[in-house]
Design a binder for this molecule. Structure first.
Ligand SMILES: C[S@@+](CC[C@H](N)C(=O)[O-])C[C@H]1O[C@@H](n2cnc3c(N)ncnc32)[C@H](O)[C@@H]1O
Length: 281
């Protein structure tokens, strides 16, 4: 074994220890009962059990997402009053690691989860897409049977509805109100399709979470005045956690390289503003 591999493995095992040690901290601080809606009755025991299960599932289903990102989404979903009508949407499920965890969170919140994916992996690269490579076509392919089977085993399949196809074909037909959506779609063209088609369905204080938060130019969509003006005649909402992710217990300073393990997520809300707007005359 080379020195680099040994060093990498040592870092990984320390990171693993940190993940496990974070379970009670996330249950206490990230799922802060003062911020959660009381109707979900999230006692400390239930919060610990949920966070533990979210962590354990990410050890059972291969996923690139940390359970800490799932806890962050749980915190916002469980802060949303149950009387606000809307579903949760996931775009990009791969093997269903996040799908299983979102389905468990949806069970607690009493909501449905709609999952959009090609179930054939990444699409062909479109010209002008800085984050798409032709050779990546078909990567992260989790077929629908695999995803269903993983979610049946480790999540709550009764909460899920699967919509198969390319986002450009399926998302324009979305017709349900959305309280929270999670976009983990890698390519700029795919993120474009998700935001353009789904943002109008978000509730007034609905959340959008994104996985590609370490890439500042990717986060740039949420700060782009021209994009938001053109598609929604609105100001950019900004993105909490741009570049490093929101605070869920990690020691990542950025910028990204493959030896570090950012374990977070970024999010915005329909009513946020990321507009600078000041000019000295
Ligand atoms: C990085 S993977 C998602 C990982 C997953 N969220 C997890 O927790 O492990 C990206 C997913 O997005 C899907 N995808 C990306 N662009 C798409 C598009 N334009 N239409 C349909 N599916 C797409 C791919 O099929 C793949 O499953």
């Amino acid at each position: 074994m080379s020195t680099t591999t040994r060093r990498f493995r040592r870092i990984r095992s320390w990171q693993e220890l940190l993940h496990v040690a974070s379970i009670p901290l996330l249950a206490i601080f990230t799922l802060d009962p003062r911020t959660l809606h009381p109707s979900y009755r999230m006692t400390l025991r239930r919060r610990l059990a949920l966070v533990f299960r979210l962590w354990r599932n990410t050890r059972r289903i291969e996923t690139g997402i940390s359970y800490k990102a799932h806890v962050a989404m749980a915190a916002k979903l469980l802060a949303t009053p149950p009387e606000v009508d809307g579903v949760v949407v996931e775009c990009g499920s791969w093997n269903g690691g996040t799908t299983a965890n979102l389905s468990l969170i949806c069970r607690v919140a009493g909501r449905q989860l709609i999952v959009y994916d090609s179930f054939e992996g990444l699409p062909a690269a479109e010209p002008g897409d800085r984050h798409a490579r032709p050779e990546a076509r078909g990567l992260y392919c989790g077929d629908l049977d695999t995803v269903r089977s993983n979610v049946s085993r480790y999540g709550d399949i009764s909460r899920c509805e699967f919509r198969q196809g390319w986002f450009a074909d399926t998302l324009p037909h979305h017709d349900r109100r959305i309280v929270l959506m999670y976009l983990d779609v890698d390519f700029q063209s795919s993120l474009h399709d998700c935001v353009v088609n789904l943002w109008p369905h978000l509730t007034r204080k609905g959340y959008t979470f994104v996985d590609e938060y370490v890439l500042l130019d990717y986060c740039g969509l949420f700060w782009s005045e021209s994009f938001w003006e053109r598609h929604f005649a609105a100001r950019p909402p900004g993105l909490m956690g741009s570049g490093t992710g929101v605070g869920v217990g990690q020691y990542y300073l950025g910028p990204f390289d493959w030896s570090v393990d950012p374990t977070s997520v970024a999010y915005t809300r329909k009513d946020f503003s990321g507009l600078w707007g000041y000019e000295r005359s």
